[in-house]
Design a protein around this ligand. Sequence first.
Ligand code: PEP
Ligand code: MN
Length: 352
Amino acid sequence: MVVVVEKNATKQELENIIEALHKHGFDVHRSTGVNQTVLGAIGVQPDFDTNTIRVLPGVAEVHRITEQYKLASRSFKRDNTVIRVGKNVIFGDEEVVVIAGPCSVESEDQMFTLAESLSALGAVMMRGGAFKPRTSPYSFQGLGEKGLRIMRNACDAFGLKMVTEIMDVSQIETIMQYTDVLQIGARNMQNYTLLREVGRIDKPVLLKRGLSATTEELLMSAEYILSGGNEGVILWERGIRTFEKSTRNTMDLSAIPVIHQKSHLPIIADPSHAVGIRDKVIPMARAAVAAGADGIMVEVHPDPDNAMSDGGQSLFPEQFKQLMQEIKIIIHAIGRKLSGPVKKKGIHSIEN
Ligand code: PEP
Ligand code: MN
């Protein structure tokens, strides 16, 4: 149930409304927008008479949220959620964020070489897995904490923010010491224990859509994180399984406008895992930006042919340069801007 508070309600009236909701067994989530305070009352009470709340002083409107996801829905919060990571990374506003990096962290040399070129070309966040979810238990599983340390140092050296994947609750404490943003991978989208746990932390979470999950199921997973108190959820389209075999997955671009309509949360797109073929990544990155994605994530490797994972879909740094040039034109054409430091002529700022 959503309770819209009157614009000129007093503090006391607001407190009384919250107290009444608690008394009736609801959990209350407050969202203070530019113009109005909205209370999300969450509880399993299908027969609750909303008039009980509607008549209270200070209440402007009461309506039920019909969607299964409540806190993630636009009915709960009309304005976009804007998530900032430092000064230069802004998800959910007019900016388009570019995240790039290898599939796996492999060595210091790899990460420093890449961080230098990615930041110079306009990426603001680096990706890289230190704990890898691999289809085969015999494939490279990641460098673990050593990988996190290498990546943190490379990001710091070139003013990049860091995102890395968490696969299991037992890794939270270690990963939290290094990263700025946590990634929950497609295979873990419905790992409810993990979702609940990251709902309790105070770092943003990039949540990937599961291999065969609907947009509604993605939003239900986001709801787990939001209901724990973590409001920093960024959704992530990465392609879904269909009958089509010519690409690794099928990139569901329509999920971008669909999610924007259903939810106030930002959504980014991952053309690398969606198509799985290097030469199809740039066109799909362009399409994702045109469809309104709040950011894109692409895999880039200094030597893709010798990558420990996902080399075939990783861009060469030269191709990443081309991608940046092309998406900048689209970003401009749709009236948005690239997330990043404001560059003064002739000065390359790495302030973050
Ligand atoms: C990844 O980002 O490298 C990854 C494993 O992605 P996904 O969870 O989408 O398969
Ligand atoms: Mn990968």
